[in-house]
Design a protein around this ligand. Structure first.
Ligand code: ATP
Ligand code: MG
Ligand code: MG
Length: 379
């Protein structure tokens, strides 16, 4: 059955004629990814990525694809006018036979295809600060190339994704309802979250009143969503554009720090192993600011540490909400895993709060601004 579907799908894209190989590919967790190799006209094989989109997560596949078309077409134009290589520095969709950028198969699944980016790799884990720096540079560059894109025209494919106020309300509701009678066990965590309610409001308010501009955001700024050149190790292309949406640049920055600058696993039980590494924070900040190349506003630069704290806080309250609600959203593999995840996030929040001044100093250094001027609202 699967094989028949594959054949049906492959026929419906504008691929070359002779398929030589088709293999499951990469280590993505969301979509089903395959690499296809065809015989090229000149004898050199031509490769493509084919993906079946996850229909449980992406409920609006056509809107999602419209976002990807909008952003990749824009990036292609910018890369060409900068003298870059548009086949390596952005994703390139392969059209389906009917001219659409996706194909809906007879089982109702949506598929899309990209040119395969050759001679590039992606890493699952930050092994050294330089890798983290490279990913920051690439995400910053992505931000710069899209700085004048009309972000408002993008669909909000996952509603309220970083609406921290909404997430806070959901936590309060879960505490009130306490369906699993777990609230008593986690009084400290609930108190931690509730005492920091202002974190849920600050960035949302600044977005609403226009103090922070709406940007094209990636929303899954992990290391393995950057392809690195195999020979030079340099970040060349931002991939995995499923969650591209209008949002805040500081949130993309913040989520990278939350995940990438932590010294331990997200569900580590020994909290003494968890803190925010300033060395990694610095590597990312340097790369991100360099990549953004002056496209961020003064307010955005000033609010980068708040982005890191808020994203970590938001993630923590989501884990706590899920724990209180009976672990219905995030997959768990052991008892209490969501609570452990919540604790690591809150430990990071507390640690980042302590380190905010040092973060400002790092940012001021790379953004080349006088600290007192930049951060007067925060100090
Ligand atoms: P995630 O778990 O990060 O959400 P996903 O299921 O959404 O992953 P992708 O990140 O889009 O899937 O792709 C999975 C992997 O396939 C990537 O990590 C990368 O190794 C590879 N890949 C994706 N697109 C390309 C491409 N155009 N060229 C080469 N390799 C690619
Ligand atoms: Mg990915
Ligand atoms: Mg993905």
């Amino acid at each position: 059955m699967e094989q028949e579907i594959m054949q049906e799908v492959i026929q419906h894209f504008r691929f070359p004629e002779h398929l030589k190989e088709e293999i499951p590919y990469g280590s993505g967790h969301i979509n089903d990814t395959f690499r296809l190799t065809f015989e090229g006209e000149t004898g050199k094989p031509r490769r493509f990525i084919l993906q079946r989109m996850n229909k449980e997560i992406f409920l609006r596949p056509v809107e999602l694809m419209e976002n990807i078309v909008g952003v990749t077409t824009w990036l292609r134009g910018k890369i060409i006018s900068n003298g870059g290589d548009p086949e390596r520095e952005t994703l390139n969709l392969v059209p389906a036979a009917d001219g659409n950028c996706y194909y809906r198969d007879s089982a109702g699944d949506y598929w899309r295809a990209y040119l395969f980016i050759e001679d590039a790799v992606c890493y699952n884990q930050v092994e050294k600060p330089e890798d983290f720096y490279e990913s920051a540079l690439a995400f910053g560059h992505f931000q710069r190339l899209l700085a004048d894109y009309p972000a408002k025209t993008l669909h909000e494919t996952i509603k309220d994704f970083h609406n921290t106020e909404e997430r806070f309300l959901k936590l309060q509701k879960a505490v009130r309802e306490d369906v699993c009678k777990r609230a008593d066990k986690v009084k400290d965590e609930i108190a931690f979250a509730l005492s920091r309610e202002s974190l849920a409001h600050t960035l949302c308010r600044m977005q609403k009143n226009g103090e922070l501009p709406l940007r094209v955001t990636h929303n899954d700024t992990k290391l393995n969503n950057i392809m690195m050149d195999r020979a030079t190790g340099k970040g060349i292309c931002v991939i995995d554009l499923d969650t591209v949406m209008p949002g805040l640049a500081v949130n993309d920055f913040g989520d990278s720090i939350r995940f990438g600058a932590s010294t331990g696993a997200e569900d580590e039980r020994d909290l003494s192993k968890i803190w925010c590494s300033l060395e990694l924070f610095e590597a990312y900040t340097k790369g991100f600011l360099e990549g953004c190349g002056g496209s961020l506003t003064h307010e955005e630069i000033c609010m980068l540490p708040d982005g890191a704290i808020t994203m970590t806080y938001e993630c923590g309250i989501r884990f706590l909400t899920d724990y209180l609600s009976g672990d219905t959203y995030f997959k768990t593999h052991r008892e209490g895993q969501n609570l452990d995840r919540c604790r690591t996030q809150f430990k990071l929040v507390a640690d980042m709060e302590q380190k905010k001044q040092q973060m400002y100093e790092i940012i001021a250094n790379y953004a080349n601004i006088k600290q007192h001027k930049c951060f007067k609202t925060n100090l």
